[in-house]
Design a binder for this molecule. Sequence first.
Ligand code: PMP
Length: 460
Amino acid sequence: AFDTRAIQQLDSAHYLHPFTDFKDLNSKGARVIVRGQGIYLWDSEGEKILDGMSGLWCVNVGYGRTSISEAVYRQMETLPFYNSFFNTTNVPATRLAAKLVEISPPQFNHVFYTGSGSEGNDTNLRMVRRYWDLMGFKERHTIISRHNAYHGSTVAGASLGGMDGMHAQGGLPIPGIVHIGQPNYFESGRGMTEAEFGIEAAGWLEAKILELGPEKVAAFIGEPVQGAGGVIIPPATYWPEIQRICDKYGILLIADEVICGFGRLGAWFGSELLGIKPDLITFAKGVSSGYIPLGGVLVGDRIADVLIGQGGDFNHGFTYSGHPVACAAALENIRIIEDEQLVKQVANVTGPYLRRKFASLRDHPLVGYADSYGFVAGLNLVRKKAEVVHDCELFTPELAVGMICRGHMFNNGMIMRAVGDRMIIAPPLVMTKAEIDEMVNKIRYCLDKTLADLQERGLA
Ligand code: PMP
């Protein structure tokens, strides 16, 4: 047992939290999370919290899986660490590579391990440039990404990402990375059907390729469904058109599936559902359900054939590439997903149920737009609804209505994230129909609280 206040004091004195507004941290103590089981967390005061975000889009199999901790313990006892540099290997890393190849699309036969998703995207950047060098096109180094994308916090990851707030700190992006608009129908699709907007938004890629010159462009990177950017679900026409444009100019396609992979969208990898055939897939988070850090890149045959066949070497790797304990945890995590048929469950049972239930929130006076895909969902808070979503009247950003709503959720026992005035969720894949009902009821209750709050202040 410990005194919550004492931990909070140590915390604010010494711990620089990631992505934290330090003003906020200094005024109130951080909430101390101490335990998890299933889809729930408990804080140090004994409050139960429904985790609508799976930690950080990580804990796909839910909390409290003793078979993962046992697999970790056994591997730590046998071999806690050895590196896989210079042609040594370990059993879990090798078995996991074969497993990942088995569950991924057919063009993938090789895996490169990292410790995180950010390092995975750094690896992608170097790998696609190495590929084009080996092919004899040394000018072909530019990578195209999208505004508001999140691809990590390392220098390359944050540069590939399209967050203005991150670019503003540290002189990013680095040269050779450019951004196009995100396929955000609610924000940018005025006057178009969703299908028309999908083609329009994909066309921004072709326009950028022609502006730069195709002979300069190495790759396009995108998440199948943009997560941290606000659960931006592209129209069905978007990705096939992106693939057509990449094929037309011979450009490599990188799918960042750090969030979308491992069942989150209702398939092992989201790209299978969206009609694309990527050359690289970044993975992390769900590969080990966040129990232990692990990430990496699935390397498609187009690149692997050149790297292995002509390359001779790739001077890149991390101490924790192929960490035996992390790989043992991932193998057990994947076994659970298979055993409990969580991918099928999300695709055919709980995913469609969540879609129906979440869509029922559209009748709330604050909700202008709401959509979901598999086990990610988002809704836009608006001042005044409209028949055509683009005619909704928005709140001014200074009001930070999303943060007000998030605060009500947090104080009423649920974690939901705010990206501006878009409220998003990504619950653990083990969530049952009864738990979905509980979650959606909580959201409705907190939307009511938010509305009452705004009305009291004369803002709605
Ligand atoms: N890509 C995407 C799509 C992500 O969501 C994240 C993490 N939120 C990353 C990359 C970076 O992963 P990590 O935090 O493990 O470095």
